[in-house]
Design a protein around this ligand. Structure first.
Ligand SMILES: [Zn+2]
Length: 654
């Protein structure tokens, strides 16, 4: 008889779910581990001589779960802002708070707390995408978990990079530093097609290919994203990123909710993995990914929780159950995504989706010892049937809870024994998280009190005041003004014609001022729309001063409007709003050595039969305003408007 092989650990008497390709199950099996590697699974006999033996009688031993998409540090933003639309949630809350608070210590703390939650709920591997990814990597390695850590690249200034070039340099350095780590596989994460330029997508794909690491990205998450891609690029999301050569890299595509079969085939042909995030997609109202179709085409699909800010937890038991139930509910077919297959998505298939299938996801000799021990003997999970071997999968997917996980091992090291965390100071992390929440609360409470502060938070621009003097009056017709402008005393510098659509937002507290969303459609000589622009203006609550009929106004903020009126409505929650639509002719003129804008407006909505003229000029002091007020009245007379017909507060009651 040959000498027995020494091994570090032998698990015995376990019901072993290997989750290998054949779904091998051992009802009273053993598993031998040497170092960080599985040596043997099944009926392991005296050929192994273990240093330690653990009796797993009555328990399930199975691969640790793989969370195929998350943003671990976002556990610190759990329940910060919920029940909002994706753009308002992301651009209005998540990103401004992240810009303010996300520092290396935030990321390290969040990751530690996330790891505690993941270990407790049986996750041993996750795919992460965040800022300061080296801190995610460090905290993950300290907790002893395995992860694909991908450094975010964005077109906006991010908490860890002022520009795209900075974030790309950061990603390169991060990948270089972590390339050979035992637990962490580094990667790059262009956030999404709508938050990256085509140049950025190409650069990230090149980097991933050059350094041979996976690339993570959010793709086709919402119908809006697809619409926007069609509008801006003339194609849906997948063909667009394909022409940017994104799939030259090994891609992990999160979400993939809104795509057709042709696009799915592109993913399949590219060898891309998909992370299905059912809770996040439901919670943000994004839709339901066509998982059954993906599986039919042979795409590697994993299950992800997404960040805890949109879930709101990292519980893969819950996520797997939801994935199975949704697939049935949406297809009307209860045989869709059976329990065994759902659990495969949460283990082996998930590991393949994030390109770590060679390391983890199943209990097979040669793979890393990433496993969990589950107690199925609690009231909610008895009795157990032996007749059908797949009953155990049903138990795990439809009845088990994350709290049934008793022991967790990753890379051959115990991270939890008998519900006790061995690598993380959970109490310390909890207390520090609470302190962070207190600071974030304070910041948001302050911001929410001011329309201006909220505007700055999303505009990325600083407060910028400007003053102008203006007067408004009725005029009989457009030709009257045109004729007057030919006067020798007036020099016309520029003339444009456009349609102006204004949406005014009013707030209960008049001191907040009023916010105007304005869209201009510029017209050519034949009244065809040749150009468009949108702007936001926050004006003061009232005029600053009056010089006869001429008023002095202060505008407090002015910026291009990059979101839709719907976004601003949901973000600012105005008390009421008003729409005004006008046909405007605009001239820039010089008169008495001063430049003025002359507007002639015809109100389309609300309809008004008359024409209005508005004359205005920038000013910088009360004295200057007073001087200009006198010249304005002269100009107004020249234009054929009579001073006693001036209108104090605009064209319409606002
Ligand atoms: Zn995500």
């Amino acid at each position: 008889m040959p000498e027995p092989t020494p091994c570090d650990l032998l698990l015995t008497n376990a019901q072993i779910l290997t989750m290998d390709e054949r779904f091998s199950v051992w009802t009273s099996g053993s598993l031998a581990i040497g170092g960080n590697t599985i040596l043997a699974v099944g009926t392991v006999g005296p050929e192994y001589e273990p240093t330690e033996t653990v009796d797993c009688a009555g328990r399930i031993v199975m691969p640790g779960l793989v969370n195929a998409h998350t943003h671990a540090p976002m556990v610190l933003l759990r329940a910060l802002a919920d029940d909002l639309r994706l753009d308002v949630w992301l651009m209005g809350y998540m990103m401004p708070v992240e810009r303010q608070f996300v520092r290396p210590d935030f990321v390290a703390l969040g990751t530690t707390l996330a790891c505690a939650e993941m270990i407790r709920s049986g996750t041993t591997c996750f795919a992460d995408m965040y800022y300061f990814e080296e801190e995610v990597a460090r905290a993950t390695a300290a907790a002893g978990l395995r992860a694909l850590c991908a450094q975010t690249v964005l077109k906006f200034p991010a908490p860890d990079a002022a520009s795209f070039e900075d974030s790309l340099a950061r990603a390169r350095a991060f990948i270089r530093d972590w390339k050979e780590h035992r637990l962490v596989v580094p990667g790059v994460a262009p956030h999404a097609p709508y938050t990256c330029t085509s140049e950025m997508l190409r650069a990230c794909a090149d980097l991933a290919r050059e350094l041979d690491v996976p690339l993570q990205i959010h793709l086709a998450e919402t119908a809006f994203e697809v619409e926007r891609s069609r509008r801006e690029h003339g194609t849906p999301v997948i063909p667009w990123v394909n022409t940017q050569r994104l799939f030259d890299a090994r891609v992990v595509a999160a979400h993939c909710v809104h795509l057709d079969e042709g696009e799915l085939r592109t993913l399949k042909d590219a060898g891309a993995g998909v992370a299905h995030n059912p809770t996040s997609n439901l919670k943000l109202g994004s839709g339901i990914a066509p998982v059954a179709k993906m599986l039919e085409l042979g795409i590697a699909v994993g299950i992800g929780t997404d960040g805890a800010a949109s879930n709101n937890d990292l519980d893969m038991f819950e996520e797997t159950r939801l994935a199975a139930l949704l697939a049935k509910g949406v297809s009307g077919d209860p045989t869709a995504l059976p329990a065994r297959q759902a659990l495969a998505l949460a283990t082996r298939s998930g590991a393949c989706a994030i390109h770590l299938g060679h390391l983890t996801g199943s209990l097979e000799p040669g793979k890393r010892a990433d496993l969990i021990v589950v107690d199925l003997d609690r009231a909610h999970n008895v009795p157990r049937f032996e007749r059908d071997q797949s009953a155990v999968y049903s138990q795990l997917v439809y009845a088990s809870k994350a709290t049934d996980v008793v022991d967790v091992m990753c890379d051959g090291k115990w991270l939890m024994r008998d519900h006790q965390l061995l690598t993380i100071d959970e109490d310390g992390a909890r207390a520090a998280a609470q302190e962070m929440a207190r600071r974030i609360d304070l910041f948001l409470t302050e911001r929410e009190q001011s329309v201006l502060q909220k505007l700055i938070a999303i505009g990325g621009a600083a407060e910028r005041e400007s003053f102008e003097v203006q007067v408004k009056a009725r005029v009989s017709s457009l030709p009257t003004v045109r004729r007057a402008l030919t006067s020798d005393e007036i020099t016309v510098i520029r003339a444009v014609h456009y349609y102006q659509y204004d949406t005014y937002f009013f707030f209960d507290d008049p001191a907040q001022g009023r916010l105007r969303y304005r869209e201009d459609e510029f017209l050519d000589d034949q009244d065809n729309v040749v150009n468009a622009r949108a702007q936001l203006t926050l004006t003061g609550p009232s005029r600053e001063a009056a010089f006869g009929s001429v008023l002095l106004f202060r505008s407090r903020f002015f910026a291009p409007a990059t979101h839709s009126p719907r976004f601003y409505r949901e973000y600012f929650k105005p008390a009421r709003e008003r729409e005004v639509e006008k046909d405007r002719h605009r001239w820039l003129v010089a008169f008495r050595g001063v430049q003025f804008y002359v507007h002639v407006d015809h109100l389309v909505n609300p309809h008004a039969g008359t024409y209005f003229v508005e004359v205005k000029s920038r000013t910088w002091s009360r004295r200057d305003a007073q001087d200009k007020a006198a010249i304005i009245m002269e100009l107004l007379n020249l234009l054929g408007a009579r001073a006693n017909e001036t209108i104090e507060e605009g064209y319409v009651e606002l």
